[in-house]
Design a protein around this ligand. Sequence first.
Ligand code: COA
Length: 376
Amino acid sequence: MHKVAITGSGVFTPSEVITNDELVKTFNAYADKFNFENKGLIERGDVAAKDHSSAEFIYAASGINQRYVLDKTGILDPDVMHPLLRQRSDDEPSVMAEMAVDACTKALKQSGKSASDVDCVIVAASNHERAYPAIAVEVQDLMGINGFGYDMNVACSSATFGIQSAADMIRAGSIRSALVVNPEICSAHLEWRDRDCHFIFGDVCTAVLLERVEDAESKEYFEVISTKCATVFSNNIRNNNGFLRRSRPDGMKDRRDMQFMQEGRKVFKQVLPMVSAHILEHIGSEDIKPSDLKRLWLHQANKTMNDFIGKKVLGRTPEPEEQPNILQDYANTSSAGSIIAFSQHSDNLNKDDICLICSFGAGYSVGSVLLRKINA
Ligand code: COA
């Protein structure tokens, strides 16, 4: 069996930002318009009036200040309230592939490697913009990578599940290296007209390069000690959009269940114990104590959630640098969140420090990657 390392990472960040104030202004304009247009129905009690959103609530409930998106004009237009992306021809790169190439190029640069060193591309994300051909095969083609690629989806846990798949193939010897890429266009599956969740998501793409330890060019990298994945079925985070849509009565209507839906409170209550127990079991199986963990890069959905998990795992409140959050700037970016935190906050670690990436979400799903910092 070969030893596996993460030798590089990269983040593509869209250029457009939406602050909480901008978001709330649009939502409230939409709510006022809805209430005006449905005045009679609301007065008769047939339709519920829409309440205003609030930037103070959003920050207090989630820790989110702003989010990056591919297009803010459509999202911030009260008559549209979703991103507006240009139709591309089949001969142009897809949006997801373009974001992926940017993040992969950065990951390769950090590793000191080129496309010819890569054997496999896994595009692991919570949505893919088409059914086939796989986005991963397109990324492979655009980057000039030999070998093979495939797409996979485990919602918010896609990155860690993808890392496990790549690490297992490298360990077993079927490949020497893989790019695991997470292009997340969450703005396109968020219901911006739903006050309970309109603030949750943002867009981004992350990538990591995994390779055999013996192939690492850089003197500094992270050795993968082990990975652990788990799933338990739940309907509390769900999106019904899919290829059977047009075959069903009312399938093509503007239906709420064709976007992201969640029972936020239930998710909170059920996922927290699952994740803390998962991390403790994972480190326990490697004879690693909580006090040995020098950094936790957690899924970035909610600050209170992360504070709770960190405290449960470490047995004390983590210092901010021990468990860095990026959700205040990026919001929830689904599978990419923990990898942004890893990519932007993996400095100041010493030789042999033990660290952990952990993502969790729909499924339910939870995936963790235990790493050892190597300074060769
Ligand atoms: N602006 C102002 N008030 C709002 C609001 C908004 N945008 N959205 C909800 N509220 C109000 C509600 O109406 C409710 O009022 P009430 O107490 O008078 O009924 C109150 O705020 C609390 O609402 P609730 O939905 O219970 O909020 P919460 O504190 O649970 O926070 C989430 C909501 C979504 C931030 C939180 O549940 C969460 O983060 N859950 C897990 C998210 C997650 O990890 N998802 C994974 C996705 S991958």
